[in-house]
Design a protein around this ligand. Structure first.
Ligand code: ADP
Ligand code: ZN
Length: 431
């Protein structure tokens, strides 16, 4: 059934979207305090929503709305129907409460199973889930999806890297799910134990998710482990992972349009952007009972690929996320995304696997210091050698993002590590 839906003709997809949208609109109108007020204030009635374009009558929903209506304001069903609570990881402040009915759990598990299957995962694979199993959706939601597909699932969770490696070796893990930051850290520890990530493990696939990362970082993970690494996108507000996933062509992520409606807008003006133009991703839940959200501002910057994918799936693709609108920092009038610095660094073989951006203010002058770990085999401590590298990184950053940084080369492994989402920018300008 799911395979049929992946290749569903566009007119059928649209029909499905319209009928699901109507259902969602009716549900929030009946059930959610937030939406009842919103319908009233905007003089709206579910009968006015008859086509996809009609959702433009709705105002955008923000994270602040979720917080202001915490905990139950968005809930559209009675508590008796709710079986699960997740929260966002709170990267950007107080967590948001996200509820699931039994059908919601089933629907998100199906999306994960669909996503994993299209990358070639199959029964017989041993899947080690290295995402947090707490309130964060990356643990349990992915877990259910992998079980649904019939894989052997190891619910390893985060941290305890040596034990993770032990599990990978004992059970011959073939697939892992983890943050890109942790993938690189894991490689370091494997090598520190005297093992080779290519030869001493049985890995063939990795799903990298939960944080922005560049094509260069993916290439590194693939090269270090000798595997294929796929980009996996999701957010708690839209059920967690399984919103968009790469197919084997690895050119953008198919956003599952049977379950989510997408729009791209100009984050400043709210004006719609065309396919191919970058902007903020807005999502509407189409297949959700407990807590559907209409026109949610994800804060994530991406664009829609105008061309269809060679794999033949009809669900459109979004580009690798550049970052969140609020990840961007402004230095000397230049807008910078940390992912741009990452792309430059990870494209240089002498650069190690971790870095940190420190923004400082000295006598009212702002500057950017980039602390860069050097790749082990290049870290011989010889000064002329390191100076040369420092200079090259500096001029590359200068020519590509128009800011002259200070570069501090440091020993591999010296920056703090995390097995969850990383925090790479330290802004000391306001302290
Ligand atoms: P929080 O909002 O607290 O970080 P979530 O765990 O729901 O909570 O995180 C979802 C966010 O993580 C997304 O909105 C996006 O910014 C980021 N994210 C998730 N997957 C990816 C990915 N593959 N690439 C880039 N960013 C991602
Ligand atoms: Zn494809």
């Amino acid at each position: 059934m799911d395979e049929i839906i992946e290749f569903i003709p566009l007119d059928k997809l649209k029909e499905l979207q319209v009928s699901r949208l109507k259902g969602v609109i009716e549900r929030v109108y009946q059930g959610s305090d937030f939406y009842q007020k919103l319908f009233q204030e905007n003089n709206l009635h579910p009968s006015q929503i008859t086509s996809l374009e009609d959702i433009l009558r709705f105002p955008l929903v923000t994270r602040a709305d979720l917080r202001a209506n915490f905990p139950y304001g968005f809930l559209s069903v009675s508590l008796e129907e709710v079986v699960r609570l997740h929260t966002s990881t709170g990267t950007t402040g107080k967590p948001k409460a996200i509820f699931f009915t039994q059908n919601d759990i089933e629907a998100s598990a199906k999306l994960i199973a669909r996503s994993m299957k299209l990358t070639g995962a199959r029964p017989g694979d041993v899947f080690q889930n290295m995402m947090s199993y707490g309130l964060f959706t990356g643990g349990l939601i992915f877990h259910y999806g992998a079980e649904k597909l019939g894989l052997l699932v190891i619910p390893a969770g985060t941290g305890n890297t040596e034990r993770q490696i032990g599990l990978m070796r004992d059970f011959q893990t073939t697939i892992v799910h983890l943050t890109p930051t942790y993938a690189l850290y894991l490689a370091d520890v494997i090598e520190d134990l005297g093992l080779n990530p290519r030869d001493d493990l049985h890995l063939r696939l990795a799903y990298l998710g939960a944080e922005p990362h560049s094509e260069e970082t993916r290439a590194r993970v693939e090269e270090i482990f000798g595997i294929k690494a796929y980009n996996s996108y999701g957010l708690s507000e839209m059920n967690g992972p399984g919103v968009a996933f790469e197919c084997p062509y690895q050119q953008g992520m198919h956003l599952w349009e049977d379950s989510f409606l997408m729009e791209i807008i100009d984050p400043d003006t709210g004006e719609p952007r065309r396919e191919g133009e970058e902007g903020e991703l807005i999502l509407t839940s189409l297949n959700r009972e407990a807590m559907p959200i209409i026109r949610y501002r994800t804060g994530d910057l991406t664009y829609i690929y105008p061309e269809s994918c060679p794999c033949g799936r009809t669900h459109r693709r979004i580009a690798r996320i550049r970052g969140r609108v609020d990840d961007m920092f402004i230095l000397k009038g230049v807008n910078v995304f940390p992912s741009e610095v990452e792309r430059i660094l990870m494209g240089m073989p002498e650069v190690g696997r971790n870095y940190q951006i420190v923004l400082e203010r000295e006598k009212s002058k702002d500057k950017m210091r980039v602390r860069v770990e050097v790749e082990k085999r290049f870290f011989d401590g010889s000064l002329p050698h390191l100076r040369g590298l420092e200079q090259r990184i500096k001029s590359k950053i200068k020519s590509e993002i128009l800011i002259t940084p200070e570069i501090e080369l440091i020993e591999p492994g010296s920056l703090p590590r995390t097995s969850g989402k990383s925090r790479r920018v330290i802004d000391q300008r306001r302290i």
